[in-house]
Design a protein around this ligand. Structure first.
Ligand code: ADP
Ligand code: SF4
Length: 693
């Protein structure tokens, strides 16, 4: 299909200093949890973005010197020439389809605890390291010699970036993480020399290193500044000050890359931040400079992108998460296939991969970071094997992804769903406060499955073991989901607690099915610690309930630290009048009260309530699997019978889509025995093991 002429503007080339981007799709730097530890995995991930048509593609944060590193978070290193081969391979992959290759250079100053390098952290103004983890470490204030050294380290990084083959250098001064912001902000720059005080003085280091970058690379590389749009607080580098800075230095970089204050603000989840949520902070900045401006906003709609450019807000559409969820987004717009865009749902599971030191995964793009490890591709599937047909039971995220990937491989696919609606848990969860975008998990897959001739979908078809045996399928996947428990069993209680049947008890499944207490005093007990507890608290408040949020954790929804939502969730709960009880869990549930035990002292208190909602753990719905397994299913010609997704082990939606993909990829592949299910890289041993002489 030809592309929609309304989207033409997204494909107009634009100059960035000495380079020209082929279009307006700009993949801003983003972490991936792999970094220097998994170089080939990162290279192939970036290569799919090149193939998918992005005009500019960046690395994640690349740490330029061991006096500043952010272990336990795994990013890139450019510490000496030995880091060059991996980065050169990355630049080559990025450029493989005509994109410009960019490297984001970072020196973290007051944000780098140096837990790995053990070097003394250096900061614009010394003080305790400002990380998520309150490391008991302080940074030393840089003196003039340190600043000269830092300029030299940056020059080394510029030289190496050019050697590695990059086209663009991004100097990181956003999210409170990069030292450029620490110089600019009066919160982190309390110097009294000519690098502190006036805005002109606080800008000095930026001017110096941009000049250094130009000189070192002989003006052959483009230089961008990634700036925070607004740092909160009385001394923060505010949006007004940023505008003053840009007005004073309008032509300093080749491009202005604008990102909201903290990472939490910049990468807000869809629950709290709409698409294009930074527009107010960006509007008008383009009038201050002749250089191109890029901004982000979880843009997935080409119409919204066009509007940003036509309205003179942005020149380039910056994207991290939309490029993760769909590396082929630009190509799909170019080919007029916008309905094929796999839209980011704004869940920040990708971020959690970085936050936990794991490798990132994406709810929507199951191939993300598996391009090299497993040879998966976001758009293509490997050809099918020798068998012909598959039956998938259950059309939740696992079943839908399994069906789509098996169909793409060329199998005849039958998908049977007990209810009249496709989507399983997301069909229910999308109706909860703030979670409507999660429906995209189902919408994308049902949209892709609909036109496929080799797929048959049966709704209102609850399958029995006899149905499975009679289906005539070569392979069967059971993606039958899970049910929330009603007995408080999770982490704090591994066995059910004494409960009086007179107390009305609810689970998330009850609430999602519309059985919701109204105008009552309700205790919501959260031993799940992800989003469900706080989302349901909001839902209960909407129905006029007075809500006590009880959790054995030291903060509400503590795992959402990993999705950058925890502080926002806490604020939301307090704002809507939810009473929070931390470090407490129910010992017994009586007819009119819950007995709470303090997790530290064991001291018990009574909480009078009229209803209890238990957000604890889920029980796999694996009865169909177990019953079928007990029969002689092989005699019915079935080659494999597999339990997948929440029915195997309940987890986040991303775990279920991954399970669906994994099953489909594994069809008709030889048994791997005890070999690893993915490729990995192991550092080469250095010669010799002797201690110092
Ligand atoms: P997952 O997250 O693993 O995909 P879900 O709970 O979202 O799991 O989806 C499971 C789906 O399976 C639900 O839509 C449910 O209605 C369906 N299901 C459960 N048991 C059967 C069955 N016996 N036959 C057909 N569909 C079933
Ligand atoms: Fe978007 Fe979620 Fe994928 Fe991240 S994990 S890119 S937020 S869909």
């Amino acid at each position: 299909m030809p592309r929609d002429p309304r989207h033409d503007i997204l494909f107009t080339p634009l100059q960035i200093g000495p380079k020209t981007a082929k279009n307006r799709f700009y993949q801003v730097p983003h972490c991936n949890g792999g970094g220097y530890r998994d170089p080939s995995a990162v290279v192939e991930m970036r290569r799919t973005k090149a193939e998918g048509g992005w005009g500019v593609i960046f690395t994640e944060q690349t740490e330029i010197h061991p006096t500043s590193e952010i272990t336990p978070f795994i990013e890139q290193h450019l510490w000496d020439d030995r880091d060059l081969p991996a980065l050169a391979r990355m630049a080559e992959a990025m450029k493989s389809h005509g994109a410009l290759a960019g490297i984001q250079l970072a020196y973290s100053g007051i944000n780098g605890p140096n837990l790995y390098s053990r070097e003394v952290p250096l900061a614009v103004t010394g003080g305790p390291i400002l990380t998520f983890t309150s490391d008991p470490v302080q940074a030393r204030t840089m003196d003039r010699e340190d600043i000269r050294n830092l300029r030299r380290w940056f020059r080394n990084a510029f030289r190496r970036s050019q050697q590695a083959g990059f086209d663009l250098i991004c100097l990181y001064g956003a999210h409170g993480f990069g030292i450029l912001q620490h110089f600019l902000s009066r919160a982190t720059n309390q110097r009294t020399d000519d690098y502190g005080g006036s805005l002109a003085n606080r800008s000095r280091f930026l001017r110096e290193i941009v000049e250094d970058a130009r000189e070192t690379t002989k003006g052959e590389l483009a230089v961008s500044l990634r700036m925070s749009l607004h740092e909160a607080g009385p001394y923060g580098f505010s949006n007004a000050e940023l505008r003053d800075f840009i007005a004073m230095h309008a032509e300093l970089p080749d491009l202005w890359d604008l990102a909201h204050g903290t990472w939490e603000n910049c990468s807000g989840t869809s629950r709290f931040t709409p698409e294009g949520g930074q527009e107010d902070l960006v509007r008008g900045i383009k009038d201050l400079t002749s250089k191109p401006v890029v901004g982000v906003g979880r843009f997935t709609s080409p119409d919204a992108m066009v509007r940003q450019i036509r309205a003179g807000v942005l020149d380039f559409i910056g994207a991290a998460r939309p490029s993760i969820a769909d590396p082929f987004l630009p190509l799909k717009v170019e080919q007029g296939r916008t309905e094929d865009i796999r839209e980011c749902i704004g869940c920040n599971i990708c971020v959690s991969g970085d936050m936990t030191g794991a490798i990132s995964r994406c709810t929507q793009n199951t191939a993300f970071m598996e391009e090299w490890r497993k040879g998966w591709h976001p758009e293509r599937a490997r050809p099918k094997g020798e068998s012909g047909s598959v039956l998938i039971v259950g059309a939740g995220p696992a079943g839908l992804e399994a069906a789509l990937q098996a169909a793409r491989r060329g199998y005849r696919v039958t998908l049977a769903e007990a209810t009249g609606t496709l989507g399983g848990r997301v069909a229910r969860e999308r109706a909860l406060p703030g979670l409507s975008a999660w429906g995209r998990v189902a919408d994308y897959r049902t949209g892709q499955l609909a036109p496929l001739p080799n797929v048959e979908i049966y709704r209102d078809s609850r399958m029995t073991p006899e149905d499975l045996l009679a289906a005539g399928a070569d392979h069967i996947a059971l993606a039958t989901g899970a049910t929330w428990r009603r007995d408080a069993v999770a982490r704090r209680h591994l066995h059910p607690i004494p409960t009086d049947p007179a107390m009305p008890l609810y689970t998330p499944d009850d609430l999602m099915a519309g059985r919701i207490p109204e105008g009552r005093t309700v205790a919501l007990y959260d031993d799940d610690h992800f989003y469900m507890g706080s989302v349901l608290a909001e839902r209960l408040v909407r129905s006029g309930n007075r809500v006590h949020f009880v959790t054995p954790a030291v903060k509400v929804a503590e795992w959402t630290d990993n999705t950058l939502e925890q502080a926002t969730i806490m604020r939301r709960l307090l704002e809507i009048g939810v009473e929070v009880h931390l470090s407490k869990g129910p010992e017994t549930i009586g007819a009119t009260e819950m007995t709470l035990g303090c997790v530290w002292t064991g001291r018990q208190t009574a909480l009078p309530v009229e209803a209890v909602v238990l957000v604890t753990s889920r029980q796999p719905d694996d009865q169909l699997y177990q019953a079928t397994k007990a029969l002689d299913w092989r005699a019915a010609g079935i080659r494999s019978l597999t339990l997948i997704g929440d029915a195997a082990a309940p987890g986040p939606i991303a775990w279920a889509t991954y399970a669906g993909r994994s099953w489909a990829e594994g069809l008709d592949t030889p048994d791997r025995g005890d070999t690893l299910p993915f490729r990995r890289e192991i550092a080469a041993l250095a010669p010799g093991l002797s201690l110092l002489p």
